[in-house]
Design a binder for this molecule. Structure first.
Ligand SMILES: [Ca+2]
Ligand SMILES: [Ca+2]
Ligand SMILES: [Ca+2]
Length: 167
């Protein structure tokens, strides 16, 4: 005589996957002149474990001096993303243009690091510098000009006479 016994086996998830960043190195462009506290970018990780084993905590390593110019906000972390913010305003013409951070993602005792490169980008925030020049205007008194009436030489590029600041 034989009998059958039903046995159910519950497979338990082990925390055997560290969080994984999209790349070993992430690059963000960040425009100059933005006020302190501006968002530089969002970093994503994946962790294929389940439940608690997939929860990720982020920290910024204080290894380099650049870490003092930026911070991450845990409140913006939803478990697999975290945002980076600036701690100061940057000037492309004055400050260093490249910054580097190291972020760490931890899933319990498993962890991964990523290098984050931040490149300051230029905004057109300086008036053109005028050189010596002569302008000869046509004496067309009855005509209304909707287009620029003349171009003058300036450092780097030409600018519309209509837009020039008066001195
Ligand atoms: Ca995990
Ligand atoms: Ca500037
Ligand atoms: Ca600029």
């Amino acid at each position: 005589m034989s009998s059958m016994v039903k046995v159910s086996i519950q497979v338990l998830d082990l925390n055997d996957n560290p969080p994984k960043f999209e790349n070993d190195t992430l690059v963000f462009n960040f425009p100059e002149n933005l006020p302190s506290g501006s968002k530089v970018g969002t970093v994503y990780v994946t962790d294929p474990d389940i439940g608690k084993n997939s929860q990720v905590k982020f920290k910024m390593l204080e290894a380099g001096e650049d870490s003092k110019y930026f911070f991450i906000d845990d409140a913006t972390s939803n478990g697999n993303t975290v945002a980076i913010f600036s701690r100061r305003e940057f000037d492309y013409e004055v400050d260093r243009r490249n910054y580097q951070l190291v972020l760490r993602a931890e899933s319990s005792n498993l962890r991964s690091d990523v290098v984050v490169k931040i490149k300051l980008t230029d905004v057109n925030d300086n008036y053109p510098i005028m050189k010596d020049f002569d302008i000869i205007f046509n004496n067309r008194i009855d005509e209304y000009f909707s287009e620029p009436i003349a171009y003058v030489p300036a450092e780097g590029k030409y600018c519309r006479v209509n837009d020039l600041p008066y001195n």
